[in-house]
Design a protein around this ligand. Structure first.
Ligand code: V47
Length: 390
């Protein structure tokens, strides 16, 4: 599907030879890619790598997000989701509420629950372990992708356990893998501005390493388009690549586009579509030891996520249902898409949809109970997928 490579930016010539020869790119190459205005050449190269690995296949899953609480002591400037306990809009779910959401997810055909929340000052580690045990007991067939490295660090602190013992308890309770959130940008200059009280980048990576060592796989993210420099983005990617060389425990990388509305950084302009596509493409090219690059449609919009499938991405994430973190930060995408809608977006991009589980095994719906009929979800600013078909 690629056509011929045409390069108008001479700086891309030597690194494109490396990509075509399957050689590893340097941090200087990463910076040259980010600085280039030759988006189509950068995209061509990323698509070349994507098609070598996955051909035309594009993955998605049927999942449900569950955010048990938005009460959070971290007060990160980047976040519109976290609340102090006493302000309006603060909530904490009773375990039965979490289980009811789980039941709803199972009725919708979910194969994964994506569970993350705030750092609550009063909930004990046992609340989270009971939550996981309760979900696992009720829905053993559903993969529990739960708690970021930031939450793991917090639980270790409040329960006075080592990181390893905290992770072992989570695994024992039923956590199957960890989502990639909380990585933001690893560089301390940036963390000081956007998430001063969060774990350091070094600690985030160290917790990921420990998780991988005890057999829990995880994802990794990068929040881009706020106060970081392009050099700091490259540094983030290089540090992930180094960790992956050691553990091979990361499954998927997800570049997350910053949404400034309702955050402490509301004055920061939103990243452009070009920046989003370039960041996905550079990620595909730099992270040569990651199998998957995800274009998270919730934050990119279905339109840009669909285009990203030709710029290095091979995964759209899932049906999601009830997304809160981006919608509190002003996202106008729907809070969920049906399986049929996701498949239509993928097919209209000339790709072949593959429903996967969290670990990228193919899901065979023919052996499962039928899904309920799709319902329309009108949402401000959302363009129905039918209008995207060319
Ligand atoms: O860690 C918070 C980001 C992340 C904002 O692992 C914001 O499969 C933009 O990690 N604008 C949580 N981003 C989401 C996340 C994720 C999403 C989808 C799939 C997976 C996966 C992981 O969202 C946070 C933070 O980096 N975030 N606030 C905001 N205003």
């Amino acid at each position: 599907m690629n056509g011929k490579l045409q390069i108008s930016d001479a700086r891309l010539e030597p690194l494109s030879q490396k990509v075509l020869a399957g050689e590893r790119l340097s941090s200087e190459d990463g910076l040259a890619l980010f600085q280039s205005h030759d988006l189509l050449a950068v995209g061509w190269l990323a698509n070349h790598v994507r098609e070598q690995r996955h051909g035309n296949l594009t993955y998605y899953n049927v999942n449900r997000h569950i955010n048990p609480t938005n009460v959070c002591v971290a007060h990160c400037k980047l976040c519109a989701f976290g609340r102090s306990p006493d302000v309006s809009g603060a909530y904490t779910m009773a375990l039965e509420e979490v289980f009811a959401r789980g039941a709803q997810g199972v009725a919708e055909g979910a194969t994964e629950f994506h569970i993350v929340g705030g750092l609550h000052p009063d909930l004990s580690f046992d609340y989270y372990l009971d939550l996981i045990r309760g979900l696992k007991q009720r829905f053993p067939q559903v993969h529990l992708k739960a708690f970021t490295m930031v939450e793991v660090h917090y639980y270790a602190r409040i329960s006075k356990l080592s990181i390893k013992d905290t992770l072992l308890k989570m695994k024992d309770a039923g956590v199957d893998s960890l989502p990639g959130g909380g990585a933001e940008i690893f560089h301390p200059r940036v963390r000081k501005i956007i998430c001063d009280h969060k774990v350091s980048g070094t600690m985030w990576l160290s917790i990921a390493r420990t998780a991988h060592e005890i057999g829990l796989r995880s994802n990794a993210t990068m929040l881009f388009g706020h106060v970081e420099t392009l050099e700091e983005r490259v540094d983030h990617l290089m540090r992930l690549r180094e960790t992956q060389d050691k553990t091979h425990g990361f499954q998927t990388f997800i570049p997350l586009e910053f949404h400034p509305a309702n955050t402490g950084l509301a004055h920061v302009p939103k990243p452009t579509g070009i920046d989003a596509l370039k960041t996905i493409a550079v990620s595909r090219l730099m992270l040569d030891n990651f199998d998957h690059i995800k274009a998270y449609w919730i934050m990119l919009t279905p339109r840009i996520a669909q285009i990203a499938l030709g710029f290095g991405a091979d995964d759209l994430d899932g049906t999601v249902e009830e997304e809160k973190i981006y919608h509190d930060a002003g996202a106008t995408t729907p809070e969920g898409l049906t399986r049929a809608e996701l498949e239509r977006l993928i097919r209209a991009a000339g790709r072949i949809p593959v429903e996967r589980d969290t670990l990228y095994n193919r899901v065979d719906r023919s052996t499962m109970p039928p899904l309920p009929p799709a319902t329309a979800r009108p949402s401000d600013g959302f363009v129905p997928a039918s209008s995207l078909i060319v």
